[in-house]
Design a protein around this ligand. Structure first.
Ligand SMILES: *[C@@H]1O[C@H](CO)[C@@H](O)[C@H](O)[C@H]1NC(C)=O
Ligand SMILES: *[C@@H]1O[C@H](CO)[C@@H](O)[C@H](O)[C@H]1NC(C)=O
Ligand SMILES: *[C@@H]1O[C@H](CO)[C@@H](O)[C@H](O)[C@H]1NC(C)=O
Length: 215
């Protein structure tokens, strides 16, 4: 005890005290950032069936399409509130004689109701949806786009809404079924690490509080 009251040691004590304070704050902000960090859900197309493209049925009168999606909340301890999910089905119109082969034509849209998904939960959404202007030939590349807004539930509070825009291409065989047997993951054009504004802000808050103590 007496060591701490002598004048010769006070400088070192102050330094030690300051140092552990900075260290504690640094670790706290790092821990805060790690525990508030969120991951977007993993969305994928599990199955697609387009009867109009099933050559063995030999009928193009079918107008509907079957879509089976999987939504996977990969967060270990954060729930997700989904706003209504807007889904658009398109195909690459390659029959354009002008040589432009990247024209996408929408053929269907539908909306899934918003819902809450607990941490580590996954769920399927299987729907038949009406289409317009389906291509008549198989071997076509399709595209599914999904747009929604999500909020994360962290302990007792909800984050602000942020946009989730993802999509994927897939091929359909001439039996009308998605060629890839495995799930096709819907991806965002922006790398996930940079897409979460919330995440970036938390990182900034952590770092600036750390830096503040250093100066
Ligand atoms: C295509 O149609 C045939 C004949 O009706 C049917 O047996 C087959 O199951 C259909 N294909 C798929 C992928 O459902
Ligand atoms: C082909 O592409 C051109 C240029 O985008 C467009 O003006 C034309 O309408 C397209 N034709 C068809 C048949 O889609
Ligand atoms: C989904 O579609 C509805 C109706 O068109 C629109 O009001 C809403 O803003 C869309 N949501 C997103 C996230 O784009």
């Amino acid at each position: 005890m007496s060591d701490y009251t002598t004048t010769t040691d006070s400088g070192a004590t102050c330094f030690r005290c300051c140092f552990s304070f900075i260290l504690t704050l640094g670790l706290t902000s790092l821990f805060m950032w790690l525990s508030l960090r969120t991951s977007n859900p993993i969305l994928s197309i599990q199955d697609i069936y387009i009867p109009a493209l099933n050559k063995t049925l030999n009928s193009t009168s079918y107008k509907s399409v079957y879509i089976d999606l999987k939504l996977d909340n990969v967060n270990k301890d954060k729930g997700i509130y989904y706003d209504p999910l807007n889904i658009t089905l398109l195909y690459y119109n390659q029959s354009n004689s002008s040589g432009i082969d990247k024209i996408v034509s929408p053929i269907s849209n539908y909306t899934l109701r918003g819902f809450y998904q607990g941490h580590n939960k996954h769920t399927r959404r299987k729907n038949w949806t009406e289409t317009y202007g389906l291509p008549v030939d198989g071997g076509v590349v399709f595209k599914l786009d999904l747009e929604t807004k999500i909020r994360f539930k962290i302990l007792f509070w909800k984050t602000k809404r942020h946009r989730l825009v993802v999509g994927a291409d897939f091929e359909v065989s001439n039996l009308g079924q998605k060629v890839q047997k495995k799930g096709t993951r819907l991806k965002s054009g922006v790398p996930e690490y940079f897409s979460g504004k919330f995440q970036l802000r938390m990182l900034l808050v952590s770092f600036s509080s750390f830096a503040l103590v250093l100066v």
